[in-house]
Design a protein around this ligand. Structure first.
Ligand code: AMP
Ligand code: MN
Ligand code: MN
Ligand code: MN
Length: 281
């Protein structure tokens, strides 16, 4: 069922990954913004879900389990959102633990690169912003570089130093698409391609990515997301329709000061698409 009257936000982050608000504060902000159904989707980590579920109950928000898993496909990073799974599933928990394990040494390398680029002390600085010692990300470096006065805002940091094609970016070999979808399905969840508009693939590669994603049991695609322009949203609405994929909606909220779109403040899904939540309630 498409439920246009409900405000559903199935993508956002807390201090358990690279957001700036604790899970309970994200729940409260979602409710205050009029969200009815909510999933916290921290990167490579389900450690915030218990707090999220409890806080959601306290404010009268319907909670769905969520995670955003980093994977590598054709030498680029793809994010897969998992929804409505058992967050205690052993293989999922272990797989996410393994996925997080390369972040510490990678962060030290980012620190060395930034030092070589004339910005010393960034590794130690980034740690000041980290809420979860296993989850140091480029966002934490970006926040420190702003605080230290190297750039005016986080977006400029990514544009100049930490974006995928910039000198300070240290690529990681994340999980494979097979592993990542396997963990989500094994835990009873639905796998959703996160913000495809952000990936730099050729049209042929996009076709191959979606073919493989569907072949592995992937069911959904984010259509309405804070990461898409209106044109990208229209394009992925067509892709969802043509491929028979379920459509998802999520702000990708990280911080009141950084995110393009606040929790719940997105257009509704186009009414001719089947939403990822159609058989949940
Ligand atoms: P990491 O997982 O450490 O590679 O960091 C990826 C995170 O950095 C993403 O989840 C975003 O929160 C953030 N990020 C990546 N690219 C950009 C960008 N161009 N602008 C703002 N944030 C970005
Ligand atoms: Mn992030
Ligand atoms: Mn993402
Ligand atoms: Mn995200």
């Amino acid at each position: 069922m498409n439920t246009p009257s409900l405000n559903i936000d199935l993508h956002c982050h807390s201090t358990v990954s690279d957001g700036v608000l604790a899970p309970a504060a994200v729940a409260e902000r979602a409710r205050a913004n009029g969200v009815d159904v909510w999933a916290l989707t921290d990167h490579d980590e389900v450690g915030g879900i218990a707090e999220a579920a409890q806080a959601a109950r306290a404010v009268g928000l319907r909670h769905i389990t969520g995670v955003e898993i980093s994977c590598t496909w054709a030498s680029q990073t793809v994010h897969i959102v998992g929804l409505n799974f058992d967050a205690e599933n052993e293989a999922l928990v272990q797989g996410l633990h393994k996925t997080r394990s390369g972040r510490g040494s990678r962060a030290q390398e980012i620190g060395r690169r930034l030092a070589a680029m004339g910005m010393p002390g960034a590794y130690e600085g980034a740690l000041e912003f980290v809420g979860n010692p296993e989850l140091i990300s480029r966002s934490h470096f970006a926040r420190w570089l702003v605080k230290a006065g190297y750039e005016p805002d986080v977006q400029s940091v990514f544009t100049k130093h930490l974006g995928d094609d910039r000198a300070g970016h240290v690529p990681v070999q994340w999980a494979t698409l097979t592993e990542c979808i396997g963990w989500i399905l094994g835990a009873g969840g639905v796998a959703v391609m996160a913000h495809p508009g952000r990936y730099k693939y050729t049209p042929m590669q996009f076709d191959a990515l979606f073919d493989e994603f569907e072949g592995l049991g992937g069911r959904g695609v984010e259509v309405i997301t804070g990461s898409h322009t209106p044109e990208e949203a229209r394009h992925y609405a067509r892709v969802a329709k043509q491929r028979g994929l379920l459509a998802s909606r999520g702000s990708d909220f990280h911080s009141p000061h950084e995110s393009r779109i606040d929790l719940g403040r997105l257009p509704q899904l186009p009414s001719d698409l089947t939403p990822v939540w159609h058989d949940w309630f």
